[in-house]
Design a binder for this molecule. Structure first.
Ligand SMILES: Cc1cc2nc3c(=O)[nH]c(=O)nc-3n(C[C@H](O)[C@H](O)[C@H](O)COP(=O)(O)OP(=O)(O)OC[C@H]3O[C@@H](n4cnc5c(N)ncnc54)[C@H](O)[C@@H]3O)c2cc1C
Length: 398
């Protein structure tokens, strides 16, 4: 790692933080992890872990977390500043965003002091991966129908049930698990959240292959899994509120770098076009120019939405239903971009430039994964419902 100036303190202001983050990231991101570099190769999980751990060591993770739990005690403004710089570089996606951006914040909200000291520093140091065990075969959009049951037996809880679509379950050390203590008829009442070690006897992870050929999620079975009461996150009736909070964070502030990353992807797509005689003329074609223009304006609008959300949260506003606007916007925006990218890289042929060949591979995979973006963290239809009812106050039955 290169030696660079000390991490700017809270008084230095966000411009100093931006300059520091930009300098550090550009100096230290290994060439082979930059997808726009000729020496790029898909990084292994361990390489991604080490890279993120070094970012944390450099003061570029845990910005808003209290110092006592390993954070920097800064504000969401610095978090956004770093995210913009992260997005602007063609670096790998975070391999621990569930830990850093979902489990960490909810542990800070409902966890005990012991839990905070136990879990939070390890998440930031990239020592533990987390997964999110919310969805079930019969409970996705309607999460309140979940059936995974937790029964208290003295000082322990016995858990039985099944989760599905659990991203990163195979690598996770802990599961942020949502269970119910009563019956399904109780709906939102009697839900309880746990931090369950994934090596607990009775847990079985069965990977699911997705359309892009990866096995990034899984079914997770809980068969008489026993955990101590200290694994409980929050009070027995607090699970629903905690889950809603996790979902609103997931929708509004998780991977805040997205709009800047989409910009970076668009730059890569255009660079690939310019590198290749069969594709360069597409950039003069009015049809593609209009579509590229549409994508650019959507990305700019998304940036504005993210900036506004941060400003509002900085003055103490709750995220609430607003997270649905961001979720809807980024997922639809990226799906439109991925569709455009696919139609452009479909012109790549065996004689095309090496950059164009790489772009075809990368954007075909991106297109396939983008199909899931309007599903995970809540589907587009569900976000539209939330926006209609909770932001626009429209009646339920029109
Ligand atoms: C790539 C990926 C990763 C995921 N990772 C995780 C994870 O780590 N942890 C986790 O817990 N879950 C995860 N999920 C699950 C995800 O949260 C659910 O798939 C999602 O909430 C939708 O639930 P469902 O699949 O059960 O579909 P359903 O809820 O059955 O919905 C089916 C269709 O009906 C529509 N619909 C449902 N209700 C309404 C309504 N009220 N109004 C209008 N339309 C409606 C939906 O929009 C959808 O089109 C992941 C999913 C994907 C694709």
């Amino acid at each position: 790692m290169e030696n660079l100036p000390a991490i700017p303190g809270p008084a230095a202001g966000s411009a100093a933080y931006r300059d520091y983050a930009r300098q550090w990231l550009r100096a230290n991101l290994p060439e082979h992890m930059r997808s726009d570099n000729v020496n790029y190769r898909t990084p292994s999980l361990d390489e991604c872990r080490d890279w993120e751990a070094s970012m944390y060591g450099a003061g570029l993770a845990g910005m808003t977390w209290p110092k006592v739990y390993g954070g920097l005690g800064l504000t969401l403004r610095e978090h956004l500043v770093v995210n913009k710089e992260v997005g602007a570089l063609a670096m790998p996606e975070s391999v621990s965003s569930i830990g850093k951006e979902l489990a960490g914040p909810i542990i800070q909200t409902v966890g005990t002091e012991d839990q905070k000291h136990l879990f939070l520093p390890r998440i930031l140091a990239m020592r533990d991966y987390w997964c999110q065990g919310f969805s079930e075969p019969d409970a996705g959009s309607d999460l309140a129908r979940l059936r995974t049951k937790a029964v208290q037996e003295g000082d322990t809880w016995r858990i039985n049930g099944q989760k599905i679509w659990t991203s990163g379950a195979a690598k996770a050390h802990y599961c942020l698990l949502l269970t119910r203590t009563g019956t399904v008829a109780d709906k939102h009442r009697g839900l309880l959240m746990f931090a369950v070690p994934m090596n607990t006897p009775g847990i079985r992870v069965v990977p699911i292959k997705s359309i892009d050929g990866k096995e990034s999620f899984a079914e997770v079975f809980f068969d008489n899994v026993e955990v101590p009461d200290s694994a409980r996150l929050g009070a027995p009736d607090e699970g629903w509120n905690a889950a809603i909070r996790v979902l609103s964070i997931e929708r509004a502030t998780n991977r805040m770098y997205r709009a800047w990353r989409f910009d970076c992807e668009l730059r890569q797509l255009i660079a690939a076009c310019k590198s290749d005689p069969t594709m360069v003329h597409l950039l003069d074609d009015g049809y593609y120019q209009r579509r590229i223009g549409d994508v650019v304006s959507e990305i700019d609008a998304l940036k504005g939405l993210v900036e506004r959300t941060v400003s509002q949260m900085m003055v103490g506003d709750k995220i609430g239903a607003r997270g649905s606007l961001t979720k809807l916007y980024w997922s639809e925006c990226h799906q439109a971009f991925a569709g455009l990218a696919l139609s452009i890289v479909s012109h790549v042929n065996p004689r095309s430039s090496a950059l164009a060949q790489r772009a075809r591979k990368a954007f075909t995979t991106a297109y396939l994964y983008a199909r899931a973006e309007t599903i995970y963290a809540g589907t587009t239809e569900v976000q539209l419902d939330i926006i209609a009812q909770r932001i626009l106050n429209l009646p339920k039955d029109l």
